[in-house]
Design a protein around this ligand. Sequence first.
Ligand code: KG4
Ligand code: ZN
Length: 334
Amino acid sequence: MNDQYILAIETSCDETAAAIIRNGTEIVSNIVASQIDSQKRFGGVVPEVASRHHVEQITIVIEEALEKANMQPSDLTAVAVTEGPGLVGALLIGINAAKAFAFAHGLPLIPVHHIAGHIYANALVEPMEFPLLALVVSGGHTELVLMKEHGSFEVIGETRDDAAGEAYDKVARVLNMPYPGGPHIDRLAQEAKEGIDFPRAWLEENSYDFSFSGLKSAVINYKHNMDQRGEEIDPQKVAKGFQDSVVEVLTTKTLRAAREFNVKQVIAAGGVSANKGLRTSLEQVFEKEQIPFIVPPLKLCTDNAAMIGAAASYMYVAGVRGDLAMNGLPGKEL
Ligand code: KG4
Ligand code: ZN
């Protein structure tokens, strides 16, 4: 059998990325052009700024991905691209580049869901074993996803308000830290000896849903009260208190779901799975539970195209194809 080589493109938010993946498991090249430095000025992602960056970068990252892999378009099996969810203007840059590339070189086109991509980042680490439970925690999503086979995604719980990453970024803003705030809070929390006691949102007893807006408000209120009293807050204590609350709820609900659905593997995915506190907590709990736990290396936790290529590999085999009428789907369901 010939090797399968997929060129994957990702532009759903603020990273312009292209990668080449061999047989769904091996990264041949993985290029990410980040806009974080430009977006920092605005304290978040400005959609119009994101689109402009993607336009400038997209051809360069695709060429670099081919160059690093030492490959020609004729060596490829297919082109994959993130179809949604994401910023529509940003998605369209990647989709149009993928369409043009596929059309020019006579290659099949594969539309990929961004969250499926985050989950499949783990297939680049170890083979997936089903049933599998994925904790997806990113800037836009917080979901517990049950997978019974490749390509099947059942969302058993999700956030009712802010995504975990969104809460991190908003709390970081309150603490005057730059965007994206997640890594800064993570670092402060690691350095702290003790944390403020912030609330945990467990919701109904059997619910796998999450809520982070109450916690975010608790942090904002705490800062506000301290300001009014003319007292300085200790950013380390606040960061640790906030992180402990997020990590405890995520870990506890993931463990309960893993038991209930008797899964063979638990994985973490998305930008917040780069969080040290969360990784350590999940590793410890699942080691004790004796359920294999996988989390991608940091570079594959945040947005990248390698994960899109890994997901596309299985979709290609399953016969999933896009066409030139493909559109950006900003609110696409998993
Ligand atoms: O998956 P991702 O790169 O983009 C989306 O699809 O949203 O996730 C970005 C999010 C941001 O909110 C960022 O603050 C958060 O991931 N993040 C972290 C860490 N690294 C990135 N949050 C907590 N701890 C980290 N170490
Ligand atoms: Zn993402």
